[in-house]
Design a protein. Sequence first.
Length: 59
Amino acid sequence: MDNCKTCDEFYYNESAKSWLYKVENGHWDYYKDGFDYIEIEVKYCFKCGRKLGEHRIKW
Ligand SMILES: [Zn+2]
């Protein structure tokens, strides 16, 4: 039990070799027909403080 709910929302970007967190910015994107979002690079979970490492890739 080392993953909090927020940890599950991070995903690993293989090419950038970094963990990213998607945050909707509240603007509707008509091209994607969905909310636009920004990606924030994270090294630690800001909720539980767990360090994100490459061995944590989700399958
Ligand atoms: Zn966490």
